[in-house]
Design a protein. Structure first.
Length: 125
């Protein structure tokens, strides 16, 4: 069975999808924009600040089902500008330790709400 995951510590979904879905021991976290759930607005600052907010949103969703970033096995990072890769990568490294999750990082033409970064992941208990 799949169970929706919902926490107020991450922004609400902006469409017909769940923040995450838990299916057995696996949690699929939807792409997290750098939205501060307290304000409903993008975090202020550069790509480092925006990446941090996206990853904090992921972290809060995982924590709501008793998991941590150490449970993440795969991430996908979407960037509006690949020139932001180094800054994103710097902050990304603060959230994960070896063995690091598998990862894809891709540049996309646009992201929802004009975001600079969006991060999704898969975590396993």
């Amino acid at each position: 069975m799949k169970q929706p995951v919902q926490t107020t510590l991450a922004p609400a979904a902006i469409g017909p999808y769940s923040q995450a879905i838990q299916a057995g021991d696996t949690v699929y976290v939807s792409g997290q924009l750098p939205i501060d759930p307290a304000t409903g607005q993008f975090a202020e600052g550069d790509i480092r600040d925006l990446t941090r907010q996206s990853l904090l949103n992921v972290q809060h969703i995982l924590e709501s089902v008793g998991l941590s970033m150490a449970h993440v096995v795969k991430t996908t990072v979407f960037l509006a500008d690949m020139n932001d890769f180094a800054g994103m990568n710097e902050v990304y490294a603060e959230f994960f330790a070896a063995p690091f999750p598998a990862r894809s990082a891709v540049a996309v033409k646009t992201l929802p709400k004009g975001a600079s970064v969006e991060i999704e992941c898969v975590a396993v208990k």
